[in-house]
Write a new protein. Sequence first.
Length: 306
Amino acid sequence: MSHAYGPVPSRRFGRSIGVSPIPPKTCSYSCVYCQLGKTTDMRAERGRFFDPKEIEKDIENTVTSCGCKADFITIVGDGEPTLSANIGELISFCKSHLKIPVAIITNGSLLWNAELQLQLRVADVVSVTVSAGDEETFRKIHRPHGSLKFSEVMSGMETFRKSYQGKFWAEVMLVAGLNDSNESIVSIKKQLQRLSPDKVFIATPTRPPTEPWVKPPDPESVLNAASILGGSLEMTFPEMGSFNPGEHEDVADTILQLCSRHPMMEKQVRELEARLGTEVADRMADENVVQWKEYMGIRYLLPVRK
């Protein structure tokens, strides 16, 4: 499977090329709301998983095959991308060879690491997750690696923020019954004040989550959170827009790669099939390669995790 895919439509990053420098479901968290399923390789120690030259080649090929100018290259991974000890090399490659802005989408759990701080400082955007204001909520919503402590994670983000010169964003994922009360939102605000992010995005689960009981808060709670946090509500609704796979010979593999990293609404799948002049999604579902799953009245295509 390629380490790069897209462009993928995004409200925050426009048309972005996604890059995964880690094996699937390798993460420091196992969030209840994760769209990619439960973490299978839980770790907090960084490592070298792939040859960076291999990833660089995949990125370059994807940019070329798309035939369009991407707004961003987002290093996001199928888990926590900063677990890759090669992330600094990838950022430097993208900026020097491709001249495309680089964004890092991270849960922020490893920003206490001095080496990682140095590697990320040349990125154009670093977006972290701040969805808890205390240790108990942190553990309930993120189910982190046992070595990670809420206070240390937040201190790491704060230290990085003080020296980082790029755009620093924060995403708050709201889950009904976990962190959407007025008390929880106020505690999250206190943490955000420590970080002084340039932007705050309010997100809710809009794709099928790991835990079936996870639901987005009611609209009143979301609006209350936005009022208290001063955040944008851009991420509270299913994204629209078309995926552009570029010139791929294997359509089934293209669809599998896209939905593995970014579960696709049925509308997007059908538009992609029509553009490529083929119908393969239902056949792939019959072959148990992918599966259709309904969430909040919308059908999504996801891979079958074996």
